[in-house]
Design a protein around this ligand. Structure first.
Ligand SMILES: [Zn+2]
Length: 420
């Protein structure tokens, strides 16, 4: 692999050079110069920042963008999403995921947590796009389809390459209201045996909490804990209705909660993840977009602003979250499960962003504040993963073909394509 060097990047107020070797950062600092024969990016004084981690999405749902977007959650799932998903082919998922990866690369996300059908196709798309993802098939056992769920879980793990550096296999039971108690226990056992993370929707709507109380006598986080599903490899998407006792329990078990404020607002669930209480309880927190069917963008920088603003607004307190904390959450730095590690250090994977050198929205003021409140995906100029340049000057390689192929697959599913 040819190596990459960056010159004149702005890091913590000083101009630095960076060299990548074998996919990792080999050198970083003011004295670092390119070695002979290296591919060189002259950053021209552009800020060098860690990339973003999208902690919850259904990447291939880019195919569903712009379809049925004004319905409540259950009719939207039951009438629009699930019937079409039943017809999905692996190639649909591949091109839908490639489109999602292109959007994420374009807006500075280099790692995402996915829950979608045909996980083998998702993994191929992730590898071909050059980014990183934790991947698993959604597991359901409605109408007593327990054997089907078990098969789907085992096939999902088998379909995923065990040794691909960019792909982490996961088990992804859809939710506590679509998977039975016995199947959730079985998933907990399999996850422990295979030592894989579990990624599940939890406490998204108030009715989910009321149903859980009525059926199981406890709130959702306590229910998961009783089933052995709440641990340090558990990722809970949403967490809108978690109460103090649940947050304390989640912190004690070292599970991670990923907030999805835009999807919550679009589906009008009536609340937001209680970040100030979660911070007080020391819960590991990440940020996600959710799928393009319920957001509809995959621009985590745009969602970061909404995350911070909704927290301030809900608490009626502008100090409810600081910009530096919001930025840390979006980069995965506040949740070890998201595997962001210590970015921008020697020995770390060579995953980083260069922002636009002359972006007016970054010209004045503190960088963290500007990143949260003024920047959007279009502020990102260059995206590098494992020392490989996936976007330079805002141009993602191969984008025209990816857009055309994804639109063709959407048309084939009877979903409206661009211009239709
Ligand atoms: Zn979701």
């Amino acid at each position: 692999m040819s190596s990459l060097a960056v010159t004149d990047a702005l890091l913590d107020g000083e101009l630095v050079g960076l060299r990548c070797e074998e996919g990792r950062i080999a050198a970083l600092g003011p004295e670092v110069e390119p070695a002979p024969g290296e591919e060189v990016i002259d950053a021209g004084g552009a800020p060098l920042v860690p990339p973003l981690v999208n902690g919850h999405t259904h990447a291939a749902m880019t195919l569903f963008r712009g379809s049925g977007g004004d319905l409540p959650l259950m009719p939207w799932l039951q009438e629009r999403i699930w019937p079409t998903e039943a017809k999905l082919h692996a190639d649909d998922v591949y091109w839908g995921t490639r489109l999602a990866c292109a959007e994420m690369i374009r807006s500075g996300t280099t790692r995402f947590w996915d829950m979608y059908w045909h996980p083998g196709a998702v993994a191929r798309a992730v590898e071909d796009a050059g980014i990183r993802a934790a991947v698993g098939a959604p597991l359901f056992d409605a109408n007593g389809k327990v054997e089907e769920l078990r098969q789907a879980a085992l096939v999902s793990l088998e379909e995923l390459p065990a040794d691909a550096p960019g792909v982490t296999p996961t088990l992804t039971p859809h939710s506590i209201y679509t998977v039975s108690e016995s199947s959730l226990r079985w998933v907990a056992g399999l996850a422990a045996e295979r030592e894989v993370p579990v990624h599940i929707h939890l406490s998204e709507t108030e009715s989910e909490v009321q149903d859980c109380l009525a059926t199981h006598g406890v709130r959702p986080a306590f229910y998961l804990d009783r089933l052995g599903l709440l641990g340090e490899r558990t990722l809970l998407a949403h967490g809108v209705w978690l109460d103090h006792a649940e947050l304390e329990l989640i912190a004690e078990r070292r599970a991670t909660v990923v907030a999805n404020p835009v999807a919550n607002m679009k589906l009008a669930v009536g609340g937001f993840f209680p970040y100030p209480a979660a911070r007080a309880a020391r819960v590991a927190v990440g940020l996600g977009t959710d799928g393009a069917g319920s957001n509809d963008a995959l621009d985590l920088l745009a969602d970061l602003k909404l995350f911070a603003l909704t927290q301030k607004h809900a608490a009626a307190d502008p100090t409810a979250i600081a910009a530096a904390d919001a930025w840390a959450i979006a980069t995965g730095a506040r949740a070890p499960l998201l595997e962001a590690g210590e970015p921008l250090t020697v020995g770390a994977p060579a995953d980083f962003l260069l922002l636009r050198a002359n972006a007016p929205e970054l010209a004045i003021g503190e960088l963290a504040s500007n990143l949260v409140y003024a920047a959007g995906g279009a502020t990102v100029d260059t995206t590098v993963v494992g020392g490989r340049v996936l976007m330079r000057g805002g141009e993602v390689e191969g984008l025209a073909e990816i857009v055309a192929r994804a639109a063709e697959r959407a048309r084939g599913l009877g979903l409206s394509a661009a211009g239709a």
